[in-house]
Design a binder for this molecule. Structure first.
Ligand code: GLV
Ligand code: MN
Ligand code: MN
Ligand code: MN
Length: 398
């Protein structure tokens, strides 16, 4: 069976997990029933291939072909994540995990005998949809997020982190140096989240670096009152102020040649016939250049002050450059695909910032859309992605 058919078959097997039939979007959050089903699928599929399946101290799932402790620096790890943003697409995450499973299955069929152990990882909670911190599995694994910091987290329902995982039957998490040491080299295949490969007319690309990015939150307050009896001139409506804040924020980002998004607001109390008391806003800002992001963040902080609000930083991810030697090796194996930067965060970036030689392979996305239901890739391009992983594994472990 060829790779693209195998991949399509695996995508079909998880197609109904967490899918909203109306929008076609996925809701696959960490430590939920959907997450458990996806993890069961990963374990069952990897076990069927004869791989040794395990879970690390940060709740990431692993499948190994060969002994990962024999010569850890030579190990080659593939993979990505299976969770999603709210109403996410089918491919952000799963494409990387499923392509890795198909690549390994093909290599086994071909009788390939790698000289290094090959791992496949399903990183937990990459999108940060549940607790607000992206790449939580790799951040905990590397020790970047400590147990103390985990204990401070609350999920979207206000439930403390420790309680969420206890309810899911998961033991307390912590850094895992032994697992980290096993990631000799990491290659994450991912759907492209933009138009660059379409514009370049290329099915695949390699990543140069991840833009520095951060998340902030703030609360704009007002005076709650009756929607029918309060004169417009006498109102202090926080939602009107929030609307202006968002527009000004966008203008600031344009001025800095950067990107800023307010994709999440919570209106308190959110009643149709009442002027709100407060609006909670979350800001995501990114720029290719760290200095630009710093200046933009400073300007947004000042902007918030003008609205009587205080901007709180929730996470900051520095610019992360992928391994030039790994990129050079993969580039020559794959006939030098284009090299592009990305504004999206990934576990590969977290690993790279902790000294792991890491690279990313992007698969062309004809809609250019991601973090939304109509994210796409052609079957042919996805097949080329799997073939690229096979070539990479052969080239790097022979
Ligand atoms: C994660 O995908 C992010 O870049 O927000
Ligand atoms: Mn994503
Ligand atoms: Mn992703
Ligand atoms: Mn991501």
């Amino acid at each position: 069976m060829n790779s693209s058919i195998r991949l399509a078959e695996l995508l079909t097997r998880i197609a109904d997990i967490g899918r909203d039939p109306t929008s076609g979007g996925y809701r696959r959050f960490a430590y939920t029933q959907e997450d458990a089903q996806l993890r069961e699928f990963f374990a069952a599929t990897a076990s069927r291939l004869g791989l040794a399946v395990s879970v690390d101290a940060a709740y990431n799932q692993w499948a190994w072909w060969g002994d990962p402790d024999r010569d850890p620096a030579q190990n080659l790890v593939l993979g990505s994540h299976l969770d999603s943003v709210p109403s996410g697409g089918a491919l952000d995450g799963p494409l990387g995990v499923l392509s890795a499973l198909v690549a390994v299955e093909s290599l086994l069929d071909q009788g390939f005998q790698p000289k290094a152990a090959i791992g496949i990882v399903n990183f937990s909670d990459e999108e940060g949809a549940r607790f607000g911190v992206a790449c939580l599995g790799s951040r905990v694994l590397t020790g970047e997020t400590s147990s103390e910091q985990l204990a401070q987290l609350r999920d979207y329902d206000g439930v403390p982190f420790d309680e969420v995982i206890a309810r899911a039957g998961v033991a307390p998490l912590g850094r895992d140096d032994q697992t980290l040491a096993r990631i000799g080299r990491f290659v994450e295949l991912h759907i492209e989240q933009g138009h660059q490969l379409i514009e370049l007319g290329a099915p695949l690309g390699l990543a140069s670096f991840i833009w520095p990015h951060g998340r902030w939150s703030t609360v704009i307050t007002g005076v709650p009152n009756h929607a029918g009896t309060t004169r417009l001139a006498e109102r202090d409506d926080p939602l009107c102020k929030a609307a202006r804040f968002i527009l000004e924020l966008t203008d600031l980002a344009i001025t800095h040649d950067a990107i800023a998004t307010c994709g999440k607001v919570v209106v308190d109390p959110n009643a149709v016939n009442a002027i709100a008391a407060a609006v909670h806003l979350w800001v995501d800002a990114r720029a290719a250049d760290p200095g630009v992001l710093d200046r933009l963040a400073g300007d947004i902080t000042e902007l918030a002050v003008g609205y009587g609000a205080h901007l709180v930083n929730e996470s900051l991810t520095p610019k992360t450059t992928f391994s030039s030697s790994l990129n050079a090796a993969i580039g020559s194996l794959l006939g030098h695909p284009p090299v592009i930067s990305t504004g999206a965060g990934h576990d590969a970036g977290i690993l790279a910032s902790h000294g792991v030689p890491a690279a990313m392979l992007f698969v062309r996305n004809p809609t250019g859309v991601s973090h939304a239901p109509n994210e796409a890739a052609t079957r042919e391009d996805m097949g080329l992605g799997v073939e690229a992983l096979i070539t990479t594994v052969r080239g790097l472990t022979t």
